[in-house]
Design a protein around this ligand. Structure first.
Ligand code: AMP
Length: 415
């Protein structure tokens, strides 16, 4: 038997209802904040991600699904959305049409990671990108949108962590300081972190290796080496968050895995999903548009993992599992009337009433069981003596009340 590829998941009808509910929460929050949806292709030229995300990142270095197509072009299934949105922004001159663009997306992403709970090879993200303004107000807006959606899903056990990565210049200065600090401690680090000293030194803060954590505890913090503009913006973000009564922690070791971040970065963590606890991450990327060939345009955004959020919801029992329901189930009492029952159902359906009938020639008892399973609001007993007078018994399933009704009046009664 052929099975789904490791790290991918079918989303079956039972859970689709929760996904739809989730998508409704997402889209309604984005509407309130005036964001417009953008959809980009599932695959892009590999160079977009290599240039946009950074060669030394884990994503580009070892996680991308990259292959040559038949015309020998190297293409990659998108591992994240920011680079694609920025590519589309540049390609379609969105910045020329209007000076400021607020965009959101919901899309599958692909990364060849080691599958485990909360870590898949195909997963779904929703997120936002705001392009054209360097205002720290927008950074706060990003945190708020993500927080509103998570709270909209009923989640409570949430921690917001923020940090600033400064400008590339202040980061460069700091990198030297960090290199100096690690000079005589290299042999205490894990092999992976040793490797990162040259390639992507900030990521050593992300290491889960206990020796690395011990060493990095005493490392100088980037926050102490920030340029004045980044520091001012960071102070503003903190003070607005405080005035909005949004709880947050400053985490000086929050570096995030992608190269393009400048200034504010943030993550929202759940206490209920185990080791893969980041539900969402984001930050400012003021140089990315330019780096990808566009006019200098500041940007800020975030991405959130939908499977992980649904896992947190399940663990917190944060919202009621969505049940399907139909308006009317037609229990056919006489097999000879199956076609008439079907026609009757069609009349209701064409009037926007969800109606179901039995297609398996089941007994009346089994049809009732089916009606219960489908959470039918009403059951119509189609056939028998009543049918001869163009009538039928209609049962209200919640109250149990049953009445004889003309078939001509069913639509008006239940709609
Ligand atoms: P990132 O784009 O790496 O900043 O990730 C943003 C969010 O996407 C994370 O906080 C996770 O919730 C989710 N995410 C990232 N990678 C995976 C994965 N392999 N499987 C499931 N969710 C993921």
């Amino acid at each position: 038997m052929i099975k789904a590829i490791k790290g991918t998941k079918d989303i079956l009808p039972d859970s689709i209802r929760n996904w739809k509910y989730f998508e409704d929460v997402i889209t309604s929050v984005f509407k309130i904040y005036n964001y417009e949806e953008i959809r980009t292709p599932i695959f892009e030229e590999t160079s977009l991600f290599a240039r946009g995300i950074g060669e030394a990142t884990d994503i580009v270095g070892k996680e991308m699904y990259t292959f040559e197509d038949r015309s020998k072009t190297s293409v990659t299934l998108k591992p994240e959305m920011t680079a694609s949105v920025v590519r589309a922004f540049i390609e379609h001159y969105l910045g020329k049409r209007q000076p400021f663009n607020k965009l959101y997306y919901i899309s599958p992403m692909f990364r060849q990671e080691r599958p485990q709970a909360g870590r898949l090879r195909e997963f779904h993200q929703f997120g936002a990108e705001a392009l054209g303004s360097g205002s720290p107000l927008l950074d706060v807006e990003m945190i708020n949108i993500a927080y509103d959606i998570l709270k909209g899903m009923g989640l409570k056990d949430l921690t917001i962590k923020i940090n600033s990565l400064g400008t590339p210049d202040s980061r460069k200065n700091y990198t030297k300081v960090l290199k100096d600090f690690l000079k005589d401690k290299e042999n205490l680090l894990s092999t992976e972190s040793k490797d990162r000293i040259k390639k992507n030194i900030l990521r050593i803060f992300d290491s889960k290796h206990k020796n690395d954590i011990k060493v990095m505890k005493n490392a100088p913090k980037l926050l102490d080496y920030l340029d004045s503009e980044s520091l001012e913006d960071f102070e503003q973000v903190k003070s607005i968050l405080k005035s909005l009564k949004i709880p947050f922690e400053v985490d000086a070791s929050l570096v995030r895995g992608l190269d393009y971040y400048t200034k504010l970065t943030f993550e929202i963590i759940s206490g209920k999903v185990g080791s893969q606890s980041a539900l969402c991450g984001g930050g400012r990327y003021d140089l990315l548009v330019e780096q990808l060939g566009g006019e200098p345009t500041p940007g800020t955004g975030f991405a959130a993992g939908m499977e992980r959020i649904l896992m947190a919801c399940e663990n917190e029992k944060s919202f009621e599992i969505q049940q399907s329901s139909i308006k009317l189930y037609i229990v056919c009492l006489d097999k000879n009337l199956n076609a008439n029952a079907f026609s009757f159902a069609q009349t209701l359906r064409s009037n926007n009433i969800s109606a179901e009938i039995d297609y398996l020639n089941r007994s009346v008892k089994a049809q009732m069981r089916d009606a219960n399973k489908l959470n039918a609001e009403y059951v119509l007993f189609f056939g028998g003596e009543e049918y001869k007078a163009n009538n039928a018994q209609l049962k209200n399933m919640a109250s149990g009340e049953q009445e004889i009704i003309s078939l001509d009046n069913v639509l008006n009664k239940i709609k």
